[in-house]
Write a protein that binds this ligand. Structure first.
Ligand SMILES: [Zn+2]
Length: 183
């Protein structure tokens, strides 16, 4: 994706996200109210009070190809367990009780906050394009910490654990091709 392409796509994507969140705002619940026992040991109280979960039968995925972002159709067709936009994430209703899924989506909330939406989306789309879903840098960060959450009993601060990998993102979140100015 070039910088120019992203300039065209970003407002469409941001608009779709706003609209999708607005449509579900009445069923969004603060994560702090969901009764999970381990999440408060890994995330700040403030983040869990602000972050919201929306249980849905099917997680909404942005219509990227209709917006002109080609080559990401595999991602568009994926049956997602969860997906995060700003401080709100959608979770498939049948998985809504799985604490490690909430743990994973909350890592994306931390990433959105650290990068801001324009950088987050650029970095996410660029990662998908270059590495695929599972190996894209923002997902890799989330899956690594999620594995730690699932395998180790010792709590850790997710925000602190995200600092270094966030710094190591190309251009601090802006994918190389986004900042290079090449068409
Ligand atoms: Zn993820």
């Amino acid at each position: 994706m070039t910088k120019q392409q992203y300039r065209v796509v970003y407002p469409l994507l941001a608009g779709w996200i706003q609209k999708t969140l607005a449509e579900h705002s009445t069923v969004a619940r603060p994560v702090a109210s969901l009764g999970f026992r381990r999440l408060p040991l890994y995330y700040d109280e403030e983040l869990l009070a602000v972050a919201k979960a929306v249980p849905v039968a099917k997680v909404p995925v942005p219509p990227l190809s209709a917006m002109g972002l080609t080559g990401l159709d595999a991602f568009e067709r994926m049956e997602m367990g969860g997906m995060t936009f700003f401080d709100t994430y959608f979770v498939r209703a049948d998985l809504a009780g799985v604490e490690s899924l909430h743990f994973h989506e909350l890592i994306h909330v931390v990433q959105w906050r650290a990068l801001g939406s324009e950088k987050f989306l650029a970095c996410y789309a660029d990662g998908l394009e270059r590495f695929g879903y599972l190996r894209s840098p923002l997902e890799l960060m989330a899956f690594r910490l999620q594995r730690r959450f699932e395998r180790e009993a010792e709590p850790f601060s997710v925000e602190a654990a995200c600092q270094e990998p966030l710094q190591e993102l190309p251009n601090n979140g802006r994918p190389r091709r986004y900042t290079s100015g090449r068409a």
